[in-house]
Design a protein around this ligand. Structure first.
Ligand code: NAP
Length: 502
């Protein structure tokens, strides 16, 4: 609860009550006058409340000095009532705060101590030692919240949690890299997970990476996650704009599967694979920029992955990681349906880009009979991709653009240039800005966020039919579902599945 007044916090609590099991009152977010009135908050909240007054050095807003902070804590515990529901259920005390009278008072009236440690800059070495040394008595809950600056940091925390099995604790990897430590808190060995009501403009998240409470409860079905829950996810970097959790979690919910699908942002695919093994992840969707980088980690692969050289689907099997590629079929199903065709024979096609997605596109265009020109910013990659198919190639330069004149029945944009979250400073990126559409081209952009890229907008303005990557995304995800679960995609759910297109 991070609003400035107790009244507003209670309003917010009421609105989100059905999603929460307990509340943390962040006294440091309250206006100074309000801080004096905290004692009655647990009774008014009507659920267990954690009393927390976080210092600025630990990521909070309290700047008043330790004396003032301790007095406030004492105020929160004062006049304890025999009916424990009227007292704070928990008191958060940092590991370096030594006030035994406060702890005694808390214990006497059944307020449990959360012994906390925060590192807002990074993840400490020797976390297991830290966790073990923090707890001063058996009835304390240890809370360690450390900033994850990398996937390695999250791995460290996960392994520390496993080493300290049996301790009552809450372990959080703060920041974007650690987002799944908040969803899979059970797997991280945590007693509970902190989230926020961040859709309320006056209730900011109390720590970096906190998830909105309804998202945690509804999208990830947090309360249903147990050690038996099957875990799936999507990895990539920076992975800020993924819609896949929305798609898979809705399907899992509709069909009643005990499964969850989470984002695994990763700066190192090696570390992500280790995390996946630790978490017993069943399947991973692989996205930018790892579709090629993942291949050395595969234990075996489909024929398509071998030929295409890009993998977007990782499935855990008793024999190890199986790599498959569902982009290829997703792409051709989508474009052929759009064009009302069954193949690309007699079509002259330009493919812009030569990354992982382009490999799948080119493979399908070849399989289905097209004549293709591949243009890429890094020209040798275009040449390398074109060679086995004997396709034409070029750079994203004047000469390359000239070649497009002969390959313009269909133009397919496969780079991440216009993708939201990739080029935050230049969303209007159009990799073939020099090309003039004649208006008869059929134009596809694999990007789906934003719905209309600068490239598609220019094509549409010139009179071309345009298709974005959203339909392809759904089609490849359906194939991915089958790969992950061994079941046919439940088509009757499709109309109810949200892919969070916008
Ligand atoms: P990737 O392997 O990292 O390849 C990126 C490609 O984009 C490379 O050809 C790269 O050129 C090019 N590129 C990046 N920034 C550029 C810029 N500013 N100007 C020109 N070229 C640029 O990524 P990917 O896996 O192929 O994915 C590419 C895009 O396709 C992403 O936006 C992804 O979301 C989308 N996609 C959509 C679907 C779908 O279902 N709709 C499926 C797969 C992918 P260089 O070689 O010169 O670096």
């Amino acid at each position: 609860m991070t609003a400035k007044t107790l009244g507003r916090n209670l309003e917010i609590l009421e609105k989100y009550r059905k999603y929460a099991d307990m509340a943390e009152l962040r006294v440091d977010y309250l206006d100074p006058d309000e801080r004096l009135l905290i004692r009655r908050f647990p009774e008014l909240a009507g659920m267990p409340v954690i009393l927390t007054i976080r210092r600025d050095s630990d990521g909070g807003l309290f700047v008043g000095g330790e004396g003032a902070r301790i007095s406030l804590m004492a105020r929160g515990l004062a006049y304890a009532e025999a009916d424990r529901r009227r007292n704070f259920a928990y008191l958060d005390i940092e590991e370096d705060l030594n006030v035994s009278s406060l702890e005694e008072a808390a214990r006497t009236f059944g307020t449990r101590i959360i012994r906390s440690y925060h590192n807002i800059k990074g993840t400490d070495a020797d976390l297991p030692v830290k966790i073990r040394s923090m707890r001063r008595s058996g009835d304390e809950i240890v809370k360690v919240a450390v900033m994850a600056n990398s996937t390695r940091d999250v791995l460290e925390l996960l392994c520390a949690g496993k080493e300290c099995e049996g301790y009552e604790k809450v372990l959080v990897s703060m920041g974007h890299f650690g987002i799944y430590s908040r969803i899979l808190s059970e797997q991280f060995g945590s007693l509970f997970s902190y989230c926020s009501a961040l859709s309320e403009s006056d209730a900011p998240p109390a720590a970096p990476g906190q998830i909105e409470i309804r998202e945690l409860a509804n999208l990830y079905r947090f309360r249903n996650i147990t050690r038996a829950t099957k875990i799936y996810g999507v990895t990539g970097y920076p992975l800020k704009a993924t819609s896949s959790p929305s798609f898979f979690n809705t399907v899992f919910e509709l069909e009643g599967s005990n499964a969850v699908y989470v984002p695994f942002p990763a700066d190192s695919i090696t570390d992500l694979i280790e995390i996946s093994k630790e978490l017993n992840v069943e399947g991973i969707s692989v996205t930018v920029p790892y579709k090629e980088a993942i291949i050395p980690f595969l234990d075996f692969e489909s024929d398509e992955v071998r030929v295409i050289g890009a993998c977007n689907t990782l499935t855990s099997t008793p024999q190890g990681w199986l790599g498959t590629n569902t982009d290829a079929r997703g792409f051709s199903d989508s474009l052929l349906t759009f064009l009302s065709k069954s193949n690309f024979k007699r079509q002259r096609v330009t493919v812009i880009g030569a990354g992982g997605a382009a490999r799948s596109v080119v493979f399908e265009l070849h399989r289905l009979g097209a004549k293709v020109l591949i243009l890429n910013r890094t020209i040798h990659k275009a040449r390398r991709l074109a060679a086995p198919y004997k396709f034409a190639w070029g750079g994203l330069d004047e000469q390359g653009i000239e070649k497009m004149e002969k390959y313009r029945d269909i133009i397919i944009q496969t780079t991440s240039a216009g993708m939201e979250g990739i080029n935050p400073d230049n969303l209007s990126d159009d990799p073939v800005a020099m090309y003039n559409f004649c208006g008869r081209e059929e134009v596809m952009d694999l990007v789906y966020k934003p719905k209309v890229t600068a490239f598609l907008k220019r094509a549409s303005n010139a009179g071309c039919n345009i298709l974005n990557g959203f339909d392809m995304l759904i089609r490849q995800a359906r194939y991915q579902y089958t790969q992950f679960t061994g079941k046919e995609f439940p088509e009757h759910f499709l109309s109810r599945v949200q892919f969070g297109e916008s």
